[in-house]
Design a protein around this ligand. Sequence first.
Ligand code: PMP
Length: 443
Amino acid sequence: HVMPSNGYAALTSDWDSFWTRNLKMRIEDCFSIPTTLVPGRTINMLERVTKDYCRTFQFTGKLKEAVNLSSYNYLGFAQSTGPCADAVEEVVHTYGLSSCGTRLEAGSSDLHTKTEELVAEFMGKEAALLVSMGYATNSTTIAGLASKGSLIISDELNHNSLVFGARLSGAYIRVFKHNDSADLESVLRDAISQGQPRTHRPWKNILVIVEGLYSMEGSIVKLPEIVELKKKYKFHLYVDEAHSVGAIGPRGRGVCDYYGVDPAEVDVLMGTFTKSFGAAGGYICANKEIVDHLRLVNHSSVYGESMSPIVLQQIYTSMWSIMGRDGTGAGQERLSRLAWNARYLGSNLRKMGFIIYGDRDSPVIPLLLFNPAKIPAFSRECRKRDLAVVVVGFPATSIVASRARFCVSASHTKEDLDFVLRVVSEVGDILGLKMSSRQALEM
Ligand code: PMP
């Protein structure tokens, strides 16, 4: 088996055949929550009934109480009660559910324009384009920024939507080691000195694509180093903030906010609303010229249904709250709570002797299981103890770096996290996952 450049392939047939052929396990055994993760809507529908997204989970068809550490509900805006739910309910009565058209036809409303303006302001950019699906935002935008004769340089762990978008563009693609700016520089040097393969002509343009926060690793992009390289090598920079927007930075505005980098240093800030905002879809923020160009060439926007009014309202209300415009301070409280929760869970797991990947400020916390045989056991033992987690293995990770991935939310209470720590500690003892302090020192 060869590791694909993007691990998300693991969630498809490769994963299934790998396990069934090689380890005689059924795919259902490998995930603690197989049926709910795939049709994500099921969770939302149930959540409407059960009210609390962070504490109720459906395990293979049966609804039961569990602490949910597996959803990207970073700020808790996916909860079915609160200001978002109220505002969305109102919009259903005024705008309905569907926009019934594309942006360039009859699918534009004042809600689209005002939400785009708010998103652009939030990200510190001149303009924004909203697309109904996060995956499609990447996969259909990149072709509008690079084409045959362009060079795309991509982090080796970039999300499948970025890989797919880069391939669709027809540009020449080079990959650099994950979050390694020295390797990025050597790829840049090499590519620039050689020009295009065959012709040796200079590249039409160079686009470097990275993510803000890598959701399988918990690593935050080394943005300041990349910005330095950008000044030296004059490329365009595209940052996918699916997991970092609303999740990091003192004002929740993603990696630029986190490092205090001026958003003007990044040409394209892309993100999704499916995580911190508890909504759906994606955005592209850039200068007006780029956004106007993308309005005409982004196929999802030109040929696909525009964002639904209720989704727009969910985005608007949650972002308004994060920006503190509702005057309650609740948005800032969510940000602080998330930051505290992420550090609390991560540092206590480390103290217990688990190997935890990623940055200390990351709300995604990967816990190493190493041996792939421990994947089903870990999820099953957690599930028995009412803890819902996602587990990941080959080919999403290398064969020896199987892991469980915890997603912390601002809606988790300290009691929830203490419960998680107790359960994970117990399961860690059963499966021999903790390192002794001597082993830790030897690492
Ligand atoms: N980019 C990244 C980095 C992602 O992790 C994801 C999905 N988790 C997407 C894009 C696609 O977003 P969506 O799920 O909102 O379609």
